[in-house]
Design a protein around this ligand. Structure first.
Ligand SMILES: NC(=O)c1ccc[n+]([C@@H]2O[C@H](COP(=O)([O-])OP(=O)(O)OC[C@H]3O[C@@H](n4cnc5c(N)ncnc54)[C@H](OP(=O)(O)O)[C@@H]3O)[C@@H](O)[C@H]2O)c1
Length: 340
């Protein structure tokens, strides 16, 4: 029985909770996987700790009203760190807020979980991009796993694809569409619509934030490039090492000119092995229409691995979403279950 503690219980946390509820029987029948949620701590929604397990349906209902602390018979009032240290969970599910500048407060949650000898599964890009190497070492020192499939392209299995299916290949380059909002904007600008007009629609659809800089200036893609560089290429790079340009400088005329050349603008995140190190970038690139990445439109993401044994392998799939990102955590939980 895997005992889980959720740190953060927003869109993704609740997405995983819904999957666990819905698939409880199949997970047990097909994989022998059983779980118990022993704690939840969320900034505004409240906290609850019950070492012998909380009922997920009740938790989801209470979360809707920001009343998790009113869970009957549970200990309330514990913050994230107290919850990690006090609960008897063997896996911490860290799905709080992402901060790409300092990684906090999630970085402290990560360290507390690993130091307490608990496995950690997360979709949180900040600490993963900034501190992956140290965190992997800390996990190894404490004999636990750190799994972070959902930090890059949500539940679309890019990290597991690399670690499991491509093992034995040398990956010389990874390049892809790592941000759905900017791909949605560029795809629609090709139809002749202005940047401002499409951005407004992306905001109305919930793809883009009111302050869209993290997406349109390439910061979100940069975090994913750093995770890919560190995880797939084992490179030690920092934010300053990534050559970053967003899409705000792309004009309709540029898109038209690219079309005439038989090309299409995409915001490409790229890591290329070079000498002993890597070169990493996020920038708008004119992609040939024959490139598989060119046909990936809307908010969809895609990643091409350039390998020595297989040539190019491209995976296409969702890069965000409640269930899609919740699934990445389920994949990580099942991996821990299978390998313990
Ligand atoms: N949504 C996606 O499609 C997606 C895809 C890939 C990765 N991610 C990443 O997954 C993580 C979760 O995303 P989300 O969409 O679920 O975000 P969200 O809906 O904003 O949920 C995050 C939750 O964490 C809570 N929180 C923030 N700081 C906390 C702290 N110190 N202690 C306890 N709880 C805290 C927030 O509380 P309050 O809001 O109640 O204050 C919120 O409920 C983020 O790091 C995000 O970047 C999301």
């Amino acid at each position: 029985m895997q005992k889980l503690a959720f740190i953060g219980f927003g869109v993704v946390g609740q997405g995983l909770a819904e999957i666990l509820l819905k698939k409880k029987k199949e997970l047990k029948a097909n994989f022998g996987y059983e779980f118990s949620v022993v704690a939840v701590s969320d900034f505004n929604k409240g906290s609850a700790l019950k070492q012998d397990g909380l009922d997920l349906s009740t938790l989801l209902e209470l979360a809707g009203d920001n009343k998790i602390s009113e869970y009957p018979g549970a200990e309330a009032g514990l913050n994230a760190l107290e919850t990690i240290r006090k609960s008897n969970a063997d896996v911490v599910v860290e799905v709080s807020y992402t901060n790409i500048e300092t990684g906090e407060p999630a970085h402290s949650h990560f360290k507390a979980a690993l130091e307490a000898g608990k496995h950690l599964v997360t979709t949180n890009k900040g600490p993963t991009a900034l501190f992956l190497r140290d965190l992997v070492a800390l996990a190894a020192k404490n004999g636990v796993q750190l799994r972070y499939e959902g930090t890059v392209v949500a539940g679309t299995p890019v990290l597991n694809l690399n670690d499991l299916c491509l093992a034995g290949n040398e990956v010389t380059e990874i390049r892809g569409i790592l941000n759905g909002t900017t791909n949605f904007i560029l795809t629609n600008m090709e139809k002749g619509r202005s940047y401002e007009n499409v951005l407004k629609e992306a905001q109305e659809l919930g793809y883009a934030e009111a302050k869209p800089d993290a997406d349109v200036e390439g910061w979100d893609a940069l975090a994913k490039v750093m995770i890919l560089a560190k995880s797939v290429m084992r490179a030690d790079i920092s934010v300053e090492d990534v050559d970053r340009t967003g899409i705000t400088g792309i004009k309709l005329e540029d898109i038209e000119a690219a079309k005439k050349e038989g090309k299409r603008y995409k915001l490409i995140g790229k890591v290329t092995r070079e000498g002993g190190g890597v070169r990493a970038s996020v920038r708008p690139e004119k992609v040939d229409l024959t490139d598989p990445l060119a046909s990936v439109g809307g908010a969809t993401n895609a990643l091409t691995f350039v390998t020595d044994l297989l040539g190019e392998v491209t995976i296409v799939g969702p890069g965000a979403g409640r269930v899609e990102t919740g699934f990445s955590l389920l994949a990580d939980l099942l991996t821990i279950h299978r390998t313990q």
